[in-house]
Each structure stands twice: as structure tokens, then as C-alpha cells.
Design a binder for this molecule. Sequence first.
Ligand code: ADP
Ligand code: MG
Length: 427
Amino acid sequence: MQEQKEVLSSLIEFLEPEIGKNAIKDWFPNAKVVYENGYVLKFPNKFVYQWANNHYAKQICLAANKIGVDIKISYAQEGETSPVASVSSEADFNSNFTFDNFIVGKSNEMAFEAASRVAKSKNIIFNPLFIYGGVGLGKTHLMHAIANLKRQLFPKKRITYLSAEEFMNSFIRALQQRSVMSFKEEFRSADILIIDDFQFLGKKEATQEEFFHTFNSLLEQKKQLIISADQPPSDLPGIEARLKSRLGWGLVVDVHPASYELRLSILKAKAEKMQIEIEDEVITYIAETMQNSIRELEGALIRVVKFSEWMKRPLNLELAEQVLQNISNRSPKKPEEILKFVSKHMQVEIEELKGASRKRPIVRARQKAVYILRNFSAASYITIAKILGNKDHTSIMYAEQQAKKFIKEDAMFAHEIKEIEEKLNRH
Ligand code: ADP
Ligand code: MG
């Protein structure tokens, strides 16, 4: 099928700069992408699969992430359905995750500053460095950036990066293979140990115990530890108290969801890196719509760009709205219909909402309409501004802000919006 070929070619397009032309030539000529309850990258046989999975799983996973699909890796087998291996191994540092590629704003400046100081410093300045925050906000990026820069500045240092899950897996393997001593040695000989997604060790007592000893040993030897998690040390569920306390000994920094301005700058930087020309109103729309994680923000940009490329359609606001309405959490009702419904319910003529009247009841009605339009359609501020009598889109943004304020301050205002929204939900 057409689309699966497209997924493969986009995947390779993003993989090539990561793993090199030769690797693509050696390992990917007979790979296929098929769809079996999700995309599967299939290598022609087990041998090729094992090699590719051991060496490139991480990069494949990241490339898939970039084109906005989840992908599993497997190989073709005759006569039976093939077992599907999932991508997990984080073999090396991602060379795209650097400090230069990290856009700094208020929400992440503290984490950025701490990470770059740790990376540049020959001596230990805080130990451990603990970075926490929600999904897709740049924790892994910062940790790889530390590893990349450290390796460049201090090539002799042994840097070990792994997720807490991998730490646990290799501990369990060591137990099974009675090689706990070499496990201990391996981790205790690191100069810099970076453990990602520490929350995974919640309720894994034996692994925590082992980690606790590794931790103490590294600290004693003045080796740098860097840890990330989705919450601050003190709030981590299922983690022993003494470990929580120790995790907070050094410097604890957080990453917050990005502000609108930061989302805009990130999108502009990514677009430039992808070497695509993209209109401001499209960028603005994506930044407005994807508010939660930077991974989703990036994914949305790529989806829009790829969709335009694949479908050979101009990359404009209309296309972006179409592509993103499925992934934004708004239900895709037509904005014109919503406006009609709202105007009828409020008993304010559509023409008045579209007009320029500054009379208070009209202004309030307009604010409610904007608020509901934003909640119930996938329309951008620009589109809403057009529908509401070709206004300036900043006035629409302002109207929404005001509505949010009145919802908090004015019970009647809030009640009426709620009532209309409930009716609209049943409509
Ligand atoms: P986390 O580990 O917090 O879940 P990641 O570090 O994996 O998040 O980030 C998700 C994606 O967003 C990555 O592709 C990363 O490069 C990108 N990203 C996150 N923060 C930034 C930033 N400030 N500037 C540029 N890209 C960012
Ligand atoms: Mg991460």
C-alpha cells in the first residue's frame, strides 16, 4: 500500500543522517513497513533483524517518533505470523539532542542551566543532578546533551546512560546469570552515570536496594550522577524513604510545560532544521493547539508537513486544521454551525456577534461565543476571527482570555457557558 511505502521512505529519510548512508545501504534494502494493528518495520530475516535491532532500535524509534507513528521492529517469517519485538534499547547518545538544539524559555531555563553547568564542569558541582517534569518536556534531551558534551570535552570519562528500566533488566539478568559482581563493577566504574525515568523503579525493591548501593559508591568516589523522573524525589511513589532523601541531596530542577512563546520558537527552529518554508499562521495554529508536550508539538509539525508532502497539497492553515483536528482533543464540529447554535441560545443575532458593537451585553456574548468556538471546534484564532466578521485574530485571543477570567469571577457567566456547552454536546 502507498502509505506504508511512504512511512518507510520517511523513516529512512530521518534515519540516514543518524546512522549514515552505508548503514542504510547495508541493512535496509529489503526492509518493509507493514500494517498489523500498528506499523511494523520488517527485516527480511532474523539475522538482519537482530543486527538492526541491536544497533539501531533507538534511532528507528526516534525517527518513527518524528514522523508521528509508533513502529515495532520484526522480521519476516514464512508460514507463521512473526513475533514482534518492541523497540527499547537506548544504545548510544542521540546526536540530535544537544544543548545547541535545545530552545530555552522560562519553563526550562533552570534545568538547562544546571545541565549545561554539569556538562561543562570538570569537577562535581552538584551531585546528583535530578531533573523532573511531565512527559515530552525535554528531560531525555537534556540528559543526552550532557552526555554528548561531556564526551566531547572529556573523552576519557566513562559515561553510562540508561533508563531505570534497563538498569533493572540488566540487574535481573545478572542475578539469573550469577554475574552480580560484574554488574556491580560495571556500574561502579562509570565516571558519569545517567539514569532516565527513575519513577520506573517504584515498588521494585530489590533493584532499588541495588541502586542505592551503586549510588553511594559512586558518590563516595566523587562520580557524577544524573537522574530524571516525572516527579520530584519526595513525591516518587513506591520509592524507599532513604533513597528519596538521597536523590534530593544535590540539585533538583524541573521542566514545566512550554509557554506559547516557547512553543512558537521551538516550532520555528524545527521548521528551519527541516528546511521547510511554513507560513506564520500555520506555526501559530500548531503552537495554539498542541499545549502539552514538546514531543507532541514536534509530532504535529511533522504530521502536517508530511501530509502536505504525501498528498501534494499546499501547506496552509486549512490543511493544518484538517490534520490536527483528530489529535487535538476538540470534537470536530463546524465552527459556523457552532456559532449559529450559540447565537440562537443566547438570543443574540449572529450579525451582532460579527459586528463591532462595544455594548456590554454584546461584548460578553461575543466572548462566550469565542470561548465555546475554541472548545468545540478545531478552528484556529485566525479562522474564528474570519467567521466573526473578519476581525483581527489578536482580538479573538483577547476575547478568549476575558472569557476565561469571567468564568472564574462571574458565576452567571460560567453557568451560561456550561449550559450551552452541555446542549451542544447533545446536539
Ligand atoms: P522527556 O524525556 O521529558 O519525556 P524528551 O527529552 O524526550 O522528553 O523530549 C521530547 C521531544 O521534544 C524530543 O524530540 C526533544 O528533542 C524535543 N524537545 C523537548 N524540549 C525541547 C526544547 N526546549 N527545544 C527543542 N526541542 C525540545
Ligand atoms: Mg524521556
